[in-house]
Every structure is written in C-alpha cells, then in structure tokens.
Ligand binder design. Structure first.
Ligand code: SF4
Length: 460
C-alpha cells in the first residue's frame, strides 16, 4: 500500500503537482535527435540533467543512449555556458565524428539566457564545425511543456536547419511519426511501402534504438533519417503529421518554409485512425490498397467481433501523452469500452477538443483533464471514488495497480519494467491486434484468478 495516503476527496490545487503525467522537455529533444542518422544529441546544461535524460531513455529502450553535455559548473552558471559549448563542439567532432550535433537547452542554460544561435555561429567561425557537418539546436526549458513538446521542438528545428525550398515537386510523402516506438516507425514505413508510396520519415529511431546485437559496438547504428533526406523534405508532395502535439509544429514550419502542404492526423492506433492514415497515403500516392492490408484489417475486425463480450462496458483509466491518449480512447470506444478517466500533464490547445471527438459522444461520464494538476494523484483519487476495470499508461501506474488491485497494460513512455514495446508495434491493424491481445490477456487472467470453481473455464 505505497499510496495508502491518497484520499477520495479531491481538493482544488493550483500550484502543486503530485506524480506528474509527463516528464522533462530535453528527454523528448534527445529522443527526436536520435532519429537522425549519425547524430550525437548534446545537452547544454549540467551533467545531472544529461545523466537523467540518458538514463530514462536507456531504461525504456534497453539500449545505450549516447549524448554529450556542456557540464556546467558554478562558473558557467554565473557567466554563461558559451565557453563550455564551444569546447564541447570542437571535442565532439574531433573525438566522436558525428554528422550532426543536436543541442538542446535545459532549465539552467535557459535561465541564464545563453544564445545558442550566436554560439553555434561562433563555433562555425572558429572552424570547429567540419565541412558538411551540422550543429542544430532547440530550446527546451523544462519549467514549460513536457517531453512531448521537447520532441516537437527538435523536429521543428530539423525543418528549420535542413529542409530546402525547391522548384521540383516530387511524389514523396513526408511522414512525421510523432513520439512512437522504433517498432511503430518501422511498421508505418512497412504500411507505406505496401501502398507503393515513396516516403521520408523524420525522425526515425528504428534501427537506432532497437538495433540488433552483432557482437560489435557501433557508435552510430545504421538507422535514422539522413541529412540528404532531410534536405529533400522541402520538395515532397505533402507532409502527414501524426499527432498534433508532437508533429504539427514541424509540418506547419515546413509548409511555411518550403510550401509543402500538410495534414495533421491522429496517430494510427486502432481501427478508425489506421483507416484514415491508410486512406491519406492511398490518396496522396495514387495507388490502391493492396490485399495484404485489407487482410490485416479483416483479421482485426474478426478478433474485435469474436472477443467483444469480454471488453464491452469495461471502464478504463489512461494517462500519458496527448496524441497517444486521443488515439487509444477512440479505439477503446470502438471496442465498446469506456475511457472514463484521462489525464495528461503535457500542455496544448487541441487535446480536449480531440478527446471529445475520440469519445464519439459515447462516454458521457468521462473525466478528461490536462495540465499541471492533471496528475497521477488526481487520477488515483477519481479511481477511489469510482473504480475502473483497467489501467493503461506508463510504468508509474504500477503503484495504483498494486494498491487497488486493477489489471494494468503498460503503454507509452516511460516503460521501465517490461520489454516488448520497442519491438512490437501498436500502430496499424496488426498493432491494434497486439493491443487487443494485451487487453484480453489481463481481463482473462483476472477471471482465471477470481472466478469461483464452478465458473472456472478451460475455453474462453
Ligand atoms: S527539469 Fe530542468 S533541471 Fe531538471 S532534469 Fe529536466 S532540464 Fe534538468
């Protein structure tokens, strides 16, 4: 009973967050940067911040996450971190030879007010950036936003630094996948490939954070979007931004900079969102939907129909990233389940409107909250008032799951105590089947545990 002090009485809070449903901006910037081929993320701040960001990513992906740090000391905290960053850029190119250094700021360097544009220009003047190499940056003070907005900012910076306006208009589709797993990025590319479309995905962490064990340490794995591909995003036909919070800012910036029109879509999790994604790629590519994809969809519908009896009416509490929550909620409603409590600590303007659409008017009792006080504590209080049948969210939900004895499916970031998320996608029709399997497993395991002997069934 680790959370035994949580009460059912909700007191209005204005300045206190307890167990936030989000984490720190630079983690998102670091994750996005790892989706560029041969990129070394760099944290402009103290060593502690960088260690925390690296270790959180390492614990989630179970892969070594490399990043540099400006290693602020008391001196840099007072006089600014320019000297440290200049030295870092020179050292990193000298020793680690990346194609790109992607610098993000932290609370400390933002509070000091370090001007990264000027520092990077000075590094170039001093000849510390070798020809053909790039240093890019984004601002990620963590007293604002969340890991998702940090991801969004770094992706937008990729457009600002790389995308080149062009008179040529290719048939390529840019895909900004949002904060999803490497496995999801691979699955999105597979579906787009089956539809016969050319695409550039950025960022792309597949084959970076799920690279195979070969017996040899490779500092820069083969995955990640390359610099030439990033430059060509400016001549693509369209950009599909998957998830408004993580992807829309970059897509709109690309439209403004290079005139590439964009479409913002729900992450393709579940039946309807995947249908819309497939349809958008079909329309833009001009190719029909192949039988292989129709069959995957058919298999999903078959399982939804066969197993609906175990899902219908189940009350669910979810927490995490807004783009994920919207897509998951829509899928849960399609399964006749009820996402009754939904919280996210990530700020943003469109979440509540999108959630309303996702709930399709079928869960009038739903409580949806966003912002500083939309935390795990509040969600636990709601659960104490009226319990749920299922929890869906990151590892931090395990305390509530244990205390309240509620089935729990891990989804989102971070997952620190299980594996599988980086290897098995939850996007697309096949991903939806995997989600269904997970929901059914926890419900049926619970029945196996709790049913009286006369109702204990071999076949379910
Ligand atoms: S919240 Fe700020 S100080 Fe803390 S780890 Fe994140 S960037 Fe560093």
């Amino acid at each position: 009973m680790l959370l035994r002090h949580t009460t059912a009485d909700v007191t209005e809070r204005t300045a206190l967050t307890i167990n936030p449903a989000k984490t720190c901006q630079p983690i998102g910037a670091m994750y996005a940067a790892l989706g560029i081929h041969a990129c070394l993320p760099h944290s402009h701040g103290s060593q502690g911040c960088c260690s925390y960001h690296r270790s959180t990513l390492t614990r989630h992906y179970k892969e070594p996450v490399m990043a540099g740090t400006s290693s602020f000391t008391e001196g840099s905290s007072v006089f600014g971190g320019q000297a440290n960053l200049l030295q870092a850029i020179a050292n990193i190119f000298d020793i680690y030879d990346p194609d790109v250094i992607a610098v993000h700021t932290t609370c400390l360097s933002e509070t000091i007010g370090d001007d990264l544009v000027q520092i990077i220009a000075k590094a170039r003047e001093e000849g510390s950036i070798p020809p053909g190499k790039m240093v890019i940056h984004t601002n990620t003070p963590s007293y604002a936003g969340s890991h998702v907005t940090g991801f969004s900012s770094m992706v937008k910076s990729m457009v600002g630094y790389f995308s080149e306006p062009s008179d040529i208009r290719s048939r390529t589709i840019n895909i900004i996948p949002g904060w999803v797993e490497p496995s999801d990025m691979r699955e999105i590319k597979r579906l787009v490939g089956l539809l016969g479309a050319e695409s550039i995905m950025f960022p792309d962490t597949s084959d970076v954070l799920d690279a195979p064990q070969t017996g040899k340490h490779v500092f820069y794995p083969k995955g990640g979007v390359t610099m030439p591909a990033l430059r060509r995003t400016g001549e693509s036909a369209v950009t599909l931004a998957l998830g408004p919070t993580a992807s829309e800012a970059a897509a709109k910036a690309l439209d403004v900079k290079c005139g590439v029109p964009c479409e913002t879509m729900t992450l393709p999790i579940g039946l309807q969102a995947t249908d819309r994604f497939i349809d958008a790629v079909r329309l833009h590519s001009g190719h029909g939907v192949p039988v292989a994809i129709e069959e995957e969809r058919g298999r999903l519908i078959d399982i939804m129909t066969d197993m609906g009896q175990y899902l219908q009416g189940k009350r669910v509490a979810l927490w995490g990233d807004p783009d994920q929550l919207v897509a998951l909620s829509e899928f849960l409603v399609d399964l006749d389940m009820k996402p009754v409590y939904v919280v996210t600590g990530t700020p943003g303007k469109v979440f509540e409107r999108r959630m309303e659409r996702a709930l399709q008017g079928r869960v009038p009792e739903a409580k949806v909250q966003q912002g500083a006080t939309a935390d795990m504590f509040l969600m636990h209080q709601w659960i104490k008032q009226e319990p749920v049948d299922l929890l869906i969210g990151n590892t931090y939900g395990k305390y509530i799951a244990r205390d309240e004895d509620i089935p729990f499916v891990r989804h989102g970031f971070p997952i620190l105590d299980r594996i599988g998320h980086s290897y098995f996608p939850t996007v697309g029709y096949t991903g939806a089947i995997r989600l269904l399997e997970k929901f059914l497993d926890v419900f049926l395991d619970r029945r196996d545990r709790d049913d009286p002997e006369e109702r204990f069934e071999l076949v379910m």
